[in-house]
Design a protein around this ligand. Structure first.
Ligand code: ATP
Length: 237
């Protein structure tokens, strides 16, 4: 199976020494790979490095194409979307305006309208709240908007940072299931960073455990979910 996303020997940080050390991984086409690890393990840093938001050494390949030197907005144009931790919804704009921004880099006006309407069909609560401002939404609706906004750009690869943060278990379950369904229906590829290992592993094909900026384990999701030692040592459940 070909890798939609590949990271080779990536080292990155914020200036005072690296946070990530020689990280390599592959996310096969149409799969969900979850990136697990405790607070501070480097999950957010890795997603930011893949998006081009941090200086790095090593390389990131999108469908085999090396993204070294490619600016973050150009990576979006090439099919890489990123939903940051905290969701990145612009709270002063309406749901509709947020969705339009999501597709700006990839679609003309007519195509964009169709893409937004398609997301309203899938995320029904957003359709009802299309004129509401971001700050008027519940946490679950905001996460839904962040996800829909990324999907409006019809990415090949979606980087998703802690979508479960601060949400009730039922909402987390629904968001995870939406994500899995989208991959199965459209071939979307997802790299999902999560501290909520149980819920991420329930929809993932593979899991990677990041510990102190290094990949400790790379295994099928069901095997990871069953591994008691790992669960206790790194995943906190
Ligand atoms: P969390 O789940 O808490 O977000 P994480 O696994 O995503 O954790 P990162 O946020 O990537 O971890 O943090 C990894 C390391 O990088 C930590 O030691 C953190 O203190 C450091 N770090 C994160 N952001 C910055 C920053 N802007 N400047 C300097 N150091 C940072």
């Amino acid at each position: 199976m070909s890798a939609a996303l590949e990271v080779r020997g990536l080292t990155a940080g914020y200036g005072a020494g690296p946070v990530l050390h020689d990280v390599s991984l592959q996310v096969p086409d149409g799969q969900v790979v979850t990136l697990l690890g405790a607070n501070g393990a480097g999950k957010t840093t890795l997603l930011r490095a893949i998006s081009g938001l941090l200086p790095t050494s090593g390389s990131v390949l999108l469908r085999g194409e090396d993204l070294t030197g490619v600016a973050p907005e150009q990576r979006v144009r090439r099919g890489l979307a990123h939903v940051p931790e905290g969701r990145g919804v612009i709270t002063e704009l309406t749901v509709e305006e947020n969705l339009r921004l999501g597709g700006l880099w990839r679609h003309g006006r007519t195509a964009l309208r169709a893409r937004i309407d398609a997301e309203y069909e899938r995320f029904e609560p957003l359709a009802r709240r299309r004129r509401s401002l971001g700050h008027q939404l519940s946490g679950g609706e905001r996460q839904m908007l962040a996800l829909a906004r990324a999907l409006v750009s019809t990415p090949d690869v979606l980087l998703l940072d802690e979508p479960s943060l601060g949400l009730a278990p039922q909402i987390v379950h629904s968001i995870m299931q939406t994500l899995r369904d989208r991959c199965d229906e459209t071939g979307l590829t997802v790299l999902l960073a999560e501290q909520n290992a149980a819920s991420a592993l329930s929809i993932a094909d593979r899991g990677l455990v990041l510990h102190l900026g290094r990949i400790r384990t790379d295994a099928p999701a069901d095997a990871l979910a069953r591994d008691a030692v790992l669960r206790h040592a790194y995943l906190g459940y």
